[in-house]
Design a protein around this ligand. Structure first.
Ligand SMILES: [Zn+2]
Length: 68
């Protein structure tokens, strides 16, 4: 969902807003349009590191031979 984080320049209020299309976002506190769009942390998604299998090979090469 396109939820963005904003910070109001007028009252220094931080808030999140669901933005659909090009609607105007205003501060819920003071109704000011002088807001700054914040960078959400979840936007920067990193690739999950490859799993290291106990056998030293890729997980599929280890198979399902149980070690207990
Ligand atoms: Zn405000």
């Amino acid at each position: 969902m396109p939820i963005f984080e904003y910070r109001c320049s007028a009252c220094d209020n931080n808030f999140e807003e669901l933005v659909l299309g090009s609607q105007t976002v205003v501060c819920p506190e003071c109704k000011s349009e002088k807001i700054e769009k914040q960078m959400s942390s979840f936007a920067a998604t990193g690739k999950s590191s490859s799993a290291i299998a106990p056998c030293g090979k890729s997980p599929k090469d280890c198979g399902s031979s149980g070690f207990g």
